[in-house]
Design a protein around this ligand. Structure first.
Ligand SMILES: [Zn+2]
Length: 379
């Protein structure tokens, strides 16, 4: 008999009162276990244990090691930090005067000045009541940035997709700029905006994602301005998409390297087409030799520089696939693709050279950990 079936046969024999009592005990022990997990998280973060285990953050540790969903990981981490900063919160939790969700809700607004008052207000309250109290304080909660898949979208046949987003800007529109916008015809807007939005033919269902982040007033003003200087057919996705493409065109190491290769190939083919008797350029070594023999002053070789040539940086980025290469002793590789830094495996100060073999990508946290480990081995 399976464990579930055994449990069902036991439950069937219990009275209603006994089942309620059993459920109460389970909820109580679950609550106590949650507090134990918070205590562990405080310690794991305090000692940076997650870094040694190959995780870029406590959040990544919860998601990848404990298989927590991102919202659950966020709740536990917020609550754990809150109990560390405000021991009274842990006291409320252990007396079951507040839930873990309630703690994560107030975590972002507690300060030394207001904590006594707010904790008194939320003690013993339901979650919905806590939400009202937090909203009444008018402090914007921190929004965790997220990108999550939400499903497939059917092809839009003969439908203007931008219409779906037409109202996105309405809540923030002032009467003045709404009128200015309304006076523009599509043609005029096209002329002022120049090019058209990114074309995305929808022949088959495509995956769609929901992106969340909070933004400043300045960002919203710029976005509103971008909307006004573009054609009305540009929705929010089109505007952000073009801005991101422009940024990648300037800063993506892979694209820069591809452009560099193309330029070099172009130069080589140009040289080949020129007369072989007249070399177009003089090599550095030949130039130096000629200058020496002619008695001209020879420049000293440049001092050793920390500067890593852009071409080499881009090659390291491409080889490491734009991801932190730190790997724990158990083979867990950090999956951070943000805040990446170029690290010398043999440190520059110990004679480490700028070479593809001696360079690697590390996230900031693992770069600092590697530096700490290196200083320990030197002792
Ligand atoms: Zn890392």
């Amino acid at each position: 008999m399976t464990t579930t079936k055994k449990m069902e046969s036991v439950l069937v024999k219990l009275s209603n009162h006994e089942i309620i009592q059993k459920g109460d005990r389970a909820v109580r022990s679950r609550h106590e276990l949650a507090i134990e997990i918070l205590d562990c998280l405080v310690e794991i973060e305090g000692r940076s244990i997650f870094l040694e285990e190959g995780h870029s953050s406590l959040f990544d540790f919860c998601v990848r090691r404990w298989h927590y969903s991102p919202p659950k990981a966020g709740r536990f981490i917020a609550a754990a930090r809150c109990t560390k900063s405000f021991p009274a919160v842990r006291n409320l939790l252990s007396r079951r005067k507040i839930t873990l969700c309630g703690v994560s809700r107030i975590a972002g607004i507690l300060t030394k000045e207001n904590s006594d008052r707010i904790l008194q207000e939320v003690s013993g309250k339901k979650f919905v009541e806590i939400e009202k109290i937090v909203a009444s304080l008018k402090i914007a909660p921190k929004t965790r940035e997220s990108i999550r898949p939400i499903g497939l979208q059917e092809p839009a046949v003969g439908r203007d997709r931008s219409a779906d987003h037409e109202d996105l800007f309405r809540p923030n529109r002032t009467l003045e700029n709404y009128q200015i916008d309304s006076n523009l015809t599509d043609d005029q807007a096209d002329q002022s905006g120049g090019d058209s939005p990114i074309e995305r033919p929808m022949e088959k269902p495509e995956h769609r994602y929901e992106i969340r982040f909070s933004a400043s007033e300045e960002f919203c003003r710029d976005l509103e301005r971008a909307k006004r200087v573009c054609s009305r057919s540009w929705n929010l996705e089109a505007i952000m998409g073009r801005a991101i493409k422009d940024l990648l065109e300037k800063r993506d190491p892979e694209r820069k390297e591809a452009r560099r290769r193309k330029r070099e190939a172009g130069k080589k083919s140009k040289l080949r087409s020129q007369s072989p008797s007249k070399p177009a350029t003089m090599s550095g070594v030949k130039a130096a030799t000629d200058m020496k023999s002619s008695g001209k002053r020879v420049q000293a070789p440049p001092a050793r520089s920390r500067h890593i040539p852009a071409q080499l940086r881009d090659a390291v980025f491409t080889r490491d696939k734009g991801r932190c290469t730190y790997t724990s002793s158990l083979g867990m590789q950090c999956d951070s693709i943000a805040h990446l830094q170029i690290d010398h495996i043999t440190p520059f100060c110990l004679g480490g050279e700028h070479s593809l073999k001696n360079l690697r990508l590390l996230c900031g946290k693992h770069n600092r950990l590697a530096a700490r480990e290196m200083s320990l081995t030197k002792r």
